[in-house]
Design a protein around this ligand. Structure first.
Ligand SMILES: Nc1ncnc2c1ncn2[C@@H]1O[C@H](COP(=O)(O)OP(=O)(O)OP(=O)(O)O)[C@@H](O)[C@H]1O
Ligand SMILES: [Zn+2]
Length: 428
């Protein structure tokens, strides 16, 4: 597959090359080859570290690392591994760069919005260290291809953002006997650990069952301060370098917890490898990759999806809501987002009652009072994308406990309003 055309001159390095197919495999064991003059000059500051030295550098140059996910964790991991001189880097991501990625996915650029993330990271990495062989894969890692891809690399970094891919990567790494360096970051906090390292536990040993999908938060809904995945991604690169070069003690059977607000790092001990683990135990029941979306009850993406909970007559489209606004007849608009989100943008004349408070006595009392002062029984609920507003309608129907009220949600929320009615309205 040829790369997409892009105005960015940095991508020229890759414009003429092919994005390799999934079976690409080149093994060049260079651990015994002495470092050349250029390598000695380039890596001199780490070569003089007694524990690392030329031996560690030769191991890095001979090694291959697969980075799955070229986002907030994948960017810092990739650039530090390339800078340190890892011989071959595989970069997998099916997604394209978006403007809202740039606060943390720092290897992409404004000009590359809309371009493959894997290609973008490959380009930046290659510009820093042209000696590193860089292989971008513009695909999703799925059960069909995971073992094939992973088998071409010595070590794997999980820089993704969803539970289904975490289980897939774990199982594939156990089956292919590869160590997995796993990172995660959300809001102001991050976590880091190493799975399946020299008999240590795998992800399933610690988490045999996936969490209920509704309990899993993501950056798109929960937010993340960019520097937090930056730190965790750098530390994934550090773990990778330690494992490859035999330095120090990797975070196997240990979980590092970073609290950005406190500025604190803590390491907790994890349980060891579990004999009864379904994938790495003594008699594994999972011997080939399964359907991980089905297993987790959630898609292998953290992109929010719209669900339909309400009957059609309990909903209005943004066009219908616009007509209601223009008609100037009384109604109450309740914005059920968090107050901080209303600071970003909001529709005029709304009451802000976050979804978590919607059933509280003071909330329902305030709604009833406003309805009666306006002389109306019409309530519209709105949120960012149209999921929470439906939950709000359901909860208000029973909390207000009054058949006379007409409570409806606005389909697609403020995002649909921005796309369909008011193109100047911010989307976040
Ligand atoms: N199975 C997979 N195969 C390939 N790439 C994946 C897979 N699962 C997730 N990813 C990629 O991992 C990256 C994770 O990046 P990050 O957590 O920073 O979030 P994002 O999806 O880019 O942004 P946001 O959550 O804000 O929309 C994403 O680029 C995503 O496309
Ligand atoms: Zn296990």
């Amino acid at each position: 597959m040829y790369l997409k055309k892009c105005q960015d001159e940095n991508l020229d390095i890759l414009q003429t090359t092919l994005v390799r197919d999934l079976t690409h495999h080149e093994v060049s064991p260079k651990t015994e080859t002495p470092l050349n003059q250029a390598e000695i000059a380039r890596y001199s500051r780490q070569l003089i570290l007694p524990e690392f030295g030329p031996r560690g550098q030769r191991k890095l140059i001979a090694a291959s690392v697969l980075i799955v996910g070229c986002g907030g964790l994948g960017c810092p991991s990739a650039i530090y591994l390339a800078a340190a001189g890892v011989g071959r880097l595989g970069l997998i991501d099916y997604d394209v760069v978006e403007l809202n990625n740039l606060h943390r996915q720092i290897l992409h650029t404004e000009k590359r919005v809309g371009i493959s993330k894997a290609v973008s990271v490959a380009s930046t990495v290659k510009a820093l260290n042209s000696h590193v062989e860089v292989i971008p894969y513009e695909v999703a890692l799925t059960s069909d291809v995971a073992l094939q891809v992973i088998s071409n690399y010595d070590l794997v970094l999980d820089c993704t953002d969803n539970v289904a891919t975490r289980y897939l990567l774990n199982d594939a790494c156990v089956m292919a006997n590869k160590t997995l360096v796993s990172g995660s970051a959300l809001r102001y906090e991050g976590q880091l650990t190493v799975y399946h390292y020299q008999g240590g536990p795998c992800y399933r040993c610690i988490h045999p069952k996936p969490p209920p999908p509704e309990t899993v938060a993501n950056c798109s809904d929960g937010g993340v301060l960019g520097v937090v995945p930056g730190l965790i991604g750098c530390m994934q690169a550090l773990e990778a370098i330690k494992i490859i070069s035999g330095l120090g003690s990797p975070l196997s059977q240990k979980l590092l917890l970073f609290d950005g607000l406190q500025g604190s790092f803590r390491t907790v001990r994890l349980r060891g490898n579990k004999d009864s683990c379904e994938v790495c135990g003594e008699t594994p029941s999972i011997v080939k990759l399964i359907d991980y979306e089905q297993f987790c009850g959630a898609p292998a993406t953290d992109k929010s999806r719209n669900t339909t909970l309400l009957e059609k007559d309990k909903r209005v489209t943004v066009e219908e809501y616009k007509a209601i606004v223009d008609a100037k007849s009384p109604y109450v608009l309740i914005d059920v987002r968090l107050p901080v989100e209303l600071e970003i943008c909001s529709l005029p004349n709304c009451m802000n009652i976050p979804l978590t408070n919607i059933c509280k006595a003071e909330s329902t009392a305030a709604i009833k009072e406003t309805l009666s002062s306006l002389g109306t029984k019409k309530v519209y609920c709105v949120c960012r994308r149209g999921n929470d507003s439906q939950l709000a309608v359901q909860q208000l129907q029973s909390a207000l406990n009054h058949n006379d009220y007409q409570i409806k949600d606005i389909i697609g929320g403020l995002t649909a309003w921005a796309h369909t009615i008011d193109s100047t309205f911010p989307v976040y």
